[in-house]
Design a protein. Structure first.
Length: 108
């Protein structure tokens, strides 16, 4: 995994130039100058490659949609995932904001 953009990742993660114009593997929007994210190896049908992911799109894979964070998604017997009417990237940004405003509680 490699990192790009102005928002720094951990010091042990290799930094690469922002892949301006590459399409995010999650939201299908192009990476723009000033975006932050990760370049991650992907296995394709017959080969491997590296694909760009916006930071918020990548992080949504870790902490889930807004609906998941609220316990209202299919995992919890509900039907809510992302707020209606949002693009995939907007939904990823909403999930990141929700996580920052409502961090999970420590077990115990």
């Amino acid at each position: 995994m490699k990192f790009f953009g102005p928002v720094r990742a951990h010091d042990d993660v290799e930094e690469v130039p922002t892949p301006v114009g590459e399409v995010c593997a999650d939201c299908d929007e192009a990476v723009a100058e000033g975006d932050s994210g990760f370049v991650i190896p992907h296995l394709e049908a017959t080969s491997s490659c590296e694909r760009a992911h916006h930071r918020e799109c990548f992080l949504r894979h870790i902490f889930g949609s807004v609906g998941h964070q609220q316990g209202k998604c299919y995992c919890f017997g509900g039907t809510e995932e992302d707020p209606p009417g949002m693009t995939k990237r907007e939904a990823a940004r909403a999930a990141e904001r929700h996580m920052l405003m409502h961090p999970p509680k420590e077990p115990g």
